[in-house]
Design a protein around this ligand. Structure first.
Ligand code: ZN
Length: 571
């Protein structure tokens, strides 16, 4: 179905070196950029480490005119704009914090007929306003609107884990900017088949002009493992001693293997091993960080959550990027500089961004993640340098029930907030919210399935969830080698940290999960020791749950088979 668009000879390497000051493209980046320059609609699904933003930033520099970038988070927007400004790229952003005068200057340039600005960052909410749309139409009429790039495109779907209502109205671009149609680039790290369908359909991406690109959903250098807890914490914010003990034992074994490998150099100062632990609340973050530091002087663990002051956040981020420096200069009574083995950030999931470091060696989920998409994104912060890394999830049925209870309360809140009214806007919002909650429940069920399964490779489960093979059937172009940034692999996953690379990849997993390493029997035996679930019914066989019942209750207002086709058999 691919149609040819006129080719434009552009020296991509020139822009890469001169403007973006990078040495080389990662596999696939060049293809995505070429498709954009040729004027295709582009759908790109790739993990955080891929360098997605270059795929619309570089094309924007190759010709006159403006590329509008829709970005859901101010922090993300500010980071990108600052980085571009540092490179001397003419970039601007308009959001709720932009002073009136600054906004006027930006708009004057954009509407001048020969805008200097090449990239304009905006929020989805701004795109909903009549004024902005009117201005965009003018720029388009002047033939100066080159492309729309939509970052975090999964926010458009209620089936996604980050649904943002304003995203739905981005359908406006294709509906109104028609002569000529403005090409769109949609980017996401985590889209399931359903979400992908929504992105393409709602944005109105044009199938004959659409080029799809994706990278594998799992990274072969990450070892995925579930640790079934033999006890459970009575209160979710209290770090339980059995779990602390288990983690410390694991960390010590990691350190012992590292020491053994380093042999004669054992006395040398090495940078600490970096890790992230995700917890569910701010209090848990603070308490766990304190406990880890107290229990082992060679561990520096710091809390990282939305309750920190800007100064504290900056301090943590700086340390995180340069842990060696921190180690060398630490004078505040913290661990002795030459004995720090681990630097660990204990973060809430809501505050995971901004702490990317390619050398993270492990990501631990202290309790089951709330959504499967979130889990894959967060665990994907490990091993971005392509070297061996680990993802560990602590799991027990009590935590599972706790999350379900949270979900139940959320649903009650939606029901109460809208007061059960059944007209107009209330209706639509309520259906949107409930559908999103239902999607979150489905996603959490996937987490449960991922954790409780002892008969399947975890890499395979992740790829199935994101429909990697479906993407291929859709004609997605993928990197030549799976694991574009992770083409090295350890010989022995027991030695995952610091392992030398260079072993060619033989399969998408290649022993890098507990199922493939231990085998189904040993894994099942390990799961047997899980804390008794106090008579809880097996999750998957519990029949219509309170949530289904709740959804059925809105059946009176909406035809259920249209909203939740799979619930039909309960009706
Ligand atoms: Zn496996």
């Amino acid at each position: 179905m691919d149609i040819s668009l006129p080719r434009r000879k552009v020296d991509l390497d020139f822009y890469l070196h001169r403007v973006f000051q990078k040495q080389s493209f990662r596999p696939l980046q060049r293809d995505v950029i070429t498709a954009a320059i040729e004027g295709h609609d582009v759908f790109l699904q790739a993990s955080t480490s891929f360098g997605k933003s270059l795929c619309f930033q570089l094309p924007a520099m190759t010709r006159h005119g403006v590329t509008v970038v829709v970005c859901p988070l101010l922090s993300l927007m500010t980071d990108q704009v600052n980085a571009l400004e540092a490179l001397g790229v003419p970039v601007a952003m308009i959001n709720s914090n932009t002073p009136f005068e600054e906004r006027r200057v930006i708009l004057n340039d954009l509407l001048s007929g020969h805008p200097r600005t090449r990239l304009l960052y905006v929020t989805p909410e701004l795109c909903q306003t009549d004024t902005f749309r009117r201005n965009l139409k003018t720029i388009h009429r002047q033939r100066e609107l080159v492309r729309i790039a939509i970052d975090e495109a999964h926010c458009i779907s209620e089936w996604g884990h980050n649904f943002r209502p304003a995203y739905k109205d981005l359908a406006w671009f294709k509906a109104y900017l028609t002569d000529p149609p403005v090409p769109i680039t949609a980017l996401t790290a985590t889209a399931t088949p359903q979400v992908r369908k929504d992105i393409i359909k709602i944005l109105g991406l044009d199938p004959p002009r659409l080029k799809i690109f994706s990278t594998p959903s799992t990274r072969p250098n990450i070892h995925y493992e579930i640790r079934f807890m033999q006890g459970f914490a009575p209160h979710p914010t209290e770090p339980e001693s059995f779990q602390i003990k288990d983690l410390l034992t694991w960390l010590h074994s990691v350190q012992a293997r590292r020491d053994a490998r380093c042999g004669a150099n054992i006395g040398a100062i090495r940078p600490p091993i970096l890790g992230i632990i995700y917890v569910s609340t701010r209090i848990a973050s603070t308490k766990l960080a304190e406990t880890l530091c107290r229990r082992d002087s060679r561990i520096r663990a710091v809390a990282y959550h939305a309750g920190l002051s800007t100064a504290d956040r900056t301090r943590v981020q700086n340390e995180w990027i340069m842990p060696q420096e921190q180690q060398r200069h630490s004078t505040d009574g913290n661990p002795r500089p030459d004995t720090l083995n681990f630097y660990i950030i204990v973060a809430t999931a809501a505050f995971g961004m901004g702490i990317d470091n390619p050398q993270v060696r492990f990501v631990v989920h202290w309790s089951p993640p709330r959504t499967f998409e979130g889990f894959v994104q967060e665990s994907g912060r490990a091993g971005r340098d392509g070297r061996a890394a680990a993802s560990i999830v602590y799991y027990n049925p009590q935590e599972r029930e706790r999350v379900l209870e949270w979900l139940r309360r959320d649903i009650e809140n939606v029901n109460n907030r809208t007061g059960g009214r059944t007209t107009g806007l209330h209706n639509r919002n309520k259906v949107d919210s409930l559908r999103n909650l239902y999607a979150r429940k489905q996603s959490f069920e996937k987490v449960v399935q991922y954790c409780e399964t002892t008969t399947e490779c975890r890499h395979k489960m992740i790829r199935d969830f994101f429909g990697d093979s479906e993407l291929e059937r859709m004609g997605s172009q993928v990197p030549v080698k799976p694991g574009y940034d992770a083409d090295i692999k350890t010989e022995n996953v027991g030695d995952w940290e610091d392992a030398p690379g260079g072993v060619p990849l033989t399969s998408p997993c290649d022993w890098a999960c507990d199922f493939c390493k231990e085998g189904p029997k040993a894994l099942a035996e390990r799961k047997q020791k899980i804390a008794p679930d106090s008579g809880l019914a097996p999750f998957s066989e519990a029949g219509p749950s309170w949530l289904e019942v709740m959804f059925l209750s809105i059946n009176r207002m909406f035809p259920m088979d249209r909203i939740f086709p799979e619930l039909r058999h309960f009706a």
